[in-house]
Write a new protein. Structure first.
Length: 71
């Protein structure tokens, strides 16, 4: 599995963990960034998960399933 944020930039970087909000694969660098985000947000640190995260994997999945953007 590759890091999702890196793959969006065209880089194949191995994932070392999954985002606890959206299950996107994360490399060590993006894991640390995501961990800092959760630690800084008291609402997220309390264990309640938000409906969205900065990885936005749903947009890619929906596009792939509907074929939108092909042409």
């Amino acid at each position: 599995m590759y890091c999702y944020p890196c793959a969006e930039q065209g880089v194949n970087q191995a994932a070392v963990a999954l985002c606890r909000s959206c299950d996107a694969g994360l490399c060590l660098e993006h894991l640390r960034e995501t961990a800092e985000k959760f630690a800084a947000d008291a609402h997220l640190a309390s264990g309640s998960m938000s409906d969205t995260c900065n990885h936005d994997t749903w947009a890619t999945t929906i596009t792939a399933l509907t074929g939108a953007g092909e042409g």
